[in-house]
Design a protein around this ligand. Structure first.
Ligand code: CA
Length: 405
């Protein structure tokens, strides 16, 4: 019973503990001199802050964490839908000269740039219509991410003062992601690139500027042109996962020597074997297996989500014709919800595995704890928190005797 009450409390507090401690105008009066001291011009400070009102929907969106985790297979159906593939292929056909020029300048394959563009903003169609200054000021006032939001506002003032962007075009998402690339202001300042050389980095209306900026980000993140991103593989029967570390890279030649084959039946080529790669089982052993390469890690720098990286890769592959993931997805074993993740973390901790502080988020510590449980109880050690393994942890906990807390 006590455990149940603790779970409820933990489920609520992360979203309730950060109420703002003053009015919006208090925050504004406090921030204005700091924005001025950062070097912003008086005209820009005035254009940004005069008459500003909070946008309460930004706070609501920031605090709402989805309970249900969308299965990767459903996400990929949307990310690489037929419509998104067709629209991207049309963009490629209509802009090939520009795309080739950007690929040559930055060394980033243009199919990837178009796929990023397709996922970030549906090729510019969905950029967000919120005033980014207002959204960021609201998040700064709310306080949970105050220093981050204030740093973005200071970056906005530099964008305006340097003449890179105008105050009246700064629209984007409720979280401050702007334009066709969905860059936050600091990323815009650091990685924005001016394709047509007019001095204006227009990631809202100029496709060349937007795709050059994405290319610049990926190039700085270590992208290698014509190198693999992901290769779907098949593991040999009885493949030993006990020493598998999802975050550790091995030479691809080593995976090959251990019997890992390409899912498309092709043979390993020398230009692939020379790269290190990681084994990624996003839906556990029952789902498809992938080797992810350094280019995949560059995509993580754009958006730190495995689902996003696989989505970009799959979409980019589909631009060139029929392509699909060959492995079956475990549709009877969907990922667990946030409250189930919290219960899983509590259960693993009670059984002597350390998942870190239970927070309902499935991160590396929880994965390691789950893999320890799987190893000790004779399950395949794949670290996948699906419904089936969740039920096993709950059953093991129940069988371990009455709780003493
Ligand atoms: Ca430009």
């Amino acid at each position: 019973m006590t455990r149940f009450i603790i779970l409820i409390w933990l489920a609520v507090w992360p979203f309730a503990a950060h109420a703002q401690d003053g009015s919006f105008s208090d925050w504004l009066a406090d921030f204005r001199p700091r924005l001025e001291a950062s070097g912003a011009s008086a005209a820009t400070v005035s254009a940004m802050l005069d008459g500003l009102e909070p946008d309460l929907t930004a706070i609501e969106r920031d605090r709402t964490q989805p309970e249900f985790v969308r299965p990767l297979w459903e996400y990929l159906d949307i990310a690489a839908s037929d419509l998104r593939v067709r629209n991207g292929a049309d963009e490629i056909a209509g802009r090939r000269a520009m795309l080739t020029s950007i690929e040559n300048r930055f060394g980033v394959d243009y199919e990837i740039l178009v796929a990023v563009w397709g996922l970030e903003s549906s090729y510019g169609a969905i950029q967000g219509d919120r005033d980014v200054v207002r959204s960021l000021a609201t998040l700064a006032w709310e306080g949970r991410r105050r220093s981050w939001a204030e740093a973005q506002l200071i970056a906005v003032s530099r964008m305006i003062d340097r003449g890179l962007a105008r105050r009246d075009e700064l629209y984007g998402s409720w979280a401050g992601a702007m334009g066709q690339t969905q860059f936050i202001p600091e990323t815009y300042l650091a990685r924005g690139a001016d394709y047509d050389g007019d001095g204006h980095i227009d990631i809202w209306n100029n496709v060349g500027d937007a795709l050059s900026s994405s290319a610049n980000l990926l190039s700085e993140a270590g992208w290698t042109r014509n190198a693999p991103v992901i290769i779907e593989v098949v593991l040999p029967d009885g493949f030993d996962l006990t020493s598998w570390d999802p975050g550790a890279s091995r030479m691809t030649a080593e995976w090959s020597m251990r019997g890992v084959t390409r899912a498309d039946g092709g043979s390993w080529t020398a230009d692939t074997l020379m790269y290190a790669s990681r084994l990624n089982l996003p839906a556990g052993l029952r789902g498809p297996a992938f080797l992810t390469f350094p280019n995949f890690r560059a995509l993580m720098r754009y958006n730190n989500s495995t689902s996003y990286g696989i989505g970009v890769w799959l979409l980019s592959q589909r631009f060139n014709g029929d392509f699909s993931i060959r492995g079956e997805w475990p549709e009877n074993d969907p990922p667990i919800t946030r409250s189930q993740t919290l219960a899983l973390q509590e259960g693993l901790a009670a059984l002597g595995y350390d998942p870190g502080t239970p927070d309902g988020m499935f991160g590396p510590n929880t994965r390691r704890a789950l893999m320890g449980f799987q190893r000790d109880h004779g399950y395949p050690v794949d670290g996948y928190a699906g419904r089936i393994m969740y039920d096993q942890v709950v059953a093991t906990l129940a069988a371990s005797g009455p709780s003493t807390d």
